[in-house]
Design a protein around this ligand. Sequence first.
Ligand SMILES: *Cc1c(COP(=O)(O)O)cnc(C)c1O
Length: 364
Amino acid sequence: MNPKPLPHLRRALYDLPGYRPTEGVHEVPPPRLLSANESPEAPPRPAVDAAARAAAAVHRYPDPGCTELVAELARTHRIGPERFVAGAGSVALLQLLFQAVAEPGAEAVLARPSFELYRPLAELAGVRPVQVPLTGHVHDLPAMAERVTARTGLVVVCDPNNPTGTAVPAAELAAFLDRVPPTCLVAIDQAYAEYVRDLAAFPRLASDRPNVVVLRTFSKAYGLAGLRVGYLVADARVAEQLRKGVPAYSVGSVAQAAAVAALREPARMRAVTDATVAERARVRAVLLRAGWDVPPSEANFLWLRLGEAAERFAGWCAGRRVAVRCFAGQGVRVTVGTSEDNDDFLAAAAAWRGAARSREGVPA
Ligand SMILES: *Cc1c(COP(=O)(O)O)cnc(C)c1O
């Protein structure tokens, strides 16, 4: 008996590894959740209430233009509403950007390691990813500029970079943008902008270059990861075209209402991110004193460079019920959580060092 043949799907789809969430994060009770860079705090009460009110009317489609959300974003950032495009998470908007440049033969220049989803999104859109290694822990912008050719449709700069946490100095970014042809789109993914405290060196949300698009999200500092809302800021003429590529109704009404309410609580967002920033400094200082290799981070996570030991260390943490994100052969990314979360992680890290010392016969 011949099995029924399968439909033809694109080779690119078969070749994709598929996103694998960190093992154990959906167990009950959950481990310390330090693998996905979520906020450890529940969203602000007014956002939860607004979501509940909106939930009572979900027999209606949402506002496809996200009018109130865009108006609130425009007020918050003092940028014209015509420059915003909202989407179902910034990942959906990144996917749109790859699709928007996917002429036959198109390439996208990316950093490596950087956000894990860029590459599959590029490949699925039919765009060839060109990955440029970081230098130190930072984007090698001169090397990325070298790789830009007439085929390059998009360059993605993740700032601060996931998973290393490092920010690109504004002067270096400006020099880079001077080198990229104005016909090539440059996306600056600022998913962690709200955790940046070295603001003098951080690029602004609204660029005056028509080829620059900046992306932000409600998934991290605003604590709305489960609702899927993100946005981008572009030149108004570019935004007008991109908006057409967002499927109508893709940002749900519950998500829109919660995001508006969260934006109206700036003091709360500031307090939550300040707490994370303080913990970020504390955890990094403890790790550095113990001899770990941890670059300075402007985001809500730290990068532990471990090379070949990355998988063993991630497994070690999992065994102590601390979920971290493993980049095999490179390192481990650990989210900065509550101080209790972080203490459990630090205890796991200290125990690892202790075990390593006894393995090597070095006195502790
Ligand atoms: C978390 C993250 C996002 C956010 O994705 P959403 O789809 O908005 O949840 C985007 N870019 C980077 C680099 C991230 O780490």
